[in-house]
Design a protein around this ligand. Structure first.
Ligand SMILES: C[S@@+](CC[C@H](N)C(=O)[O-])C[C@H]1O[C@@H](n2cnc3c(N)ncnc32)[C@H](O)[C@@H]1O
Length: 222
């Protein structure tokens, strides 16, 4: 059973990049591939246990990674709030459930669905305050009602180049701790299987598993 909670904080890597340093995904293809390759490896263990919910772009690199791990298109759900990207994805991935909506909409929906693999590959920073992107709220929705008992969850964020949410703590640290806190709150133990900082991005992937909590026992005794 995956059951160790690991806190491998690495304060040495919390450099903020120069302002205006634009991220070019193709400048360093191995950076871009890093988390998709991890996801491919990890998702293979959960093939057949449920669907994957991902943020994917026009090149649908994450969909390719999931296919490599044995996921069929029918088991992939993509949320995308950009109209043209969404239309392009729908046109080239007709068997995939591509939803023109924000991740919040997808996670707030009353649909009774739970996911085995989730990749929150945002274009933004952890403190994103747009109405369509609130990562900590989305993590809360995910763990409270949209995740399988055993799952893989990965995220990628941009490092904030201007004002941090909390200047005393790097955004990557805040994202990590928030993720751990929310997972724990809903009875999940986590094991980090990969994490990396590159240029102005940071990314992490976790195996998570829900364990019986006190309230589960109380409910059973009633
Ligand atoms: C960084 S790209 C995904 C890249 C892809 N996973 C890959 O490896 O190539 C993020 C995509 O998701 C969309 N997106 C970002 N944040 C979103 C959100 N909160 N809700 C819905 N779509 C979002 C963007 O429009 C963009 O097309």
């Amino acid at each position: 059973m995956w059951c160790c909670i690991k806190f491998n904080f690495n304060f040495a890597e919390f450099d903020l990049p120069e302002k205006h340093e634009a991220f070019d995904a193709h400048a360093n293809p191995q950076d871009k591939d890093f988390m998709n390759d991890i996801l491919c490896r990890e998702a293979a263990h959960l093939r057949g246990t449920g669907k994957a919910l991902i943020l994917d772009g026009c090149e649908h690199l994450t969909t390719h990674a999931l296919r490599r791990s044995g996921f069929t298109d029918a088991n992939i759900v993509i949320a995308n709030s950009n109209e043209s990207t969404c239309a392009a994805l729908q046109a080239c991935l007709p068997q995939v459930d591509v939803r023109f909506c924000s991740m919040i909409d997808c996670l707030e929906s009353p649909a009774q669905e739970r996911f085995a693999v989730v990749y929150l590959d945002y274009c933004g920073s952890f403190g994103g305050r747009q109405s369509t992107c609130a990562p900590s709220y989305e993590m809360e929705l995910l763990f409270s009602k949209k995740l399988n008992e055993r799952a893989i969850v990965a995220y990628t964020f941009c490092k904030r180049t201007a004002v941090r949410m909390d200047p005393s703590i790097p955004d990557s640290e805040l994202a990590w701790r928030t993720f751990q806190h929310i997972a724990c709150k809903y009875g999940y133990v986590t094991r980090n299987v990969a994490s990396r900082h590159y240029r102005q991005m940071f990314t992490a992937c976790f195996r998570v598993e829900r364990i019986a909590t006190t309230s589960d026992f109380l409910m059973r005794d009633m």
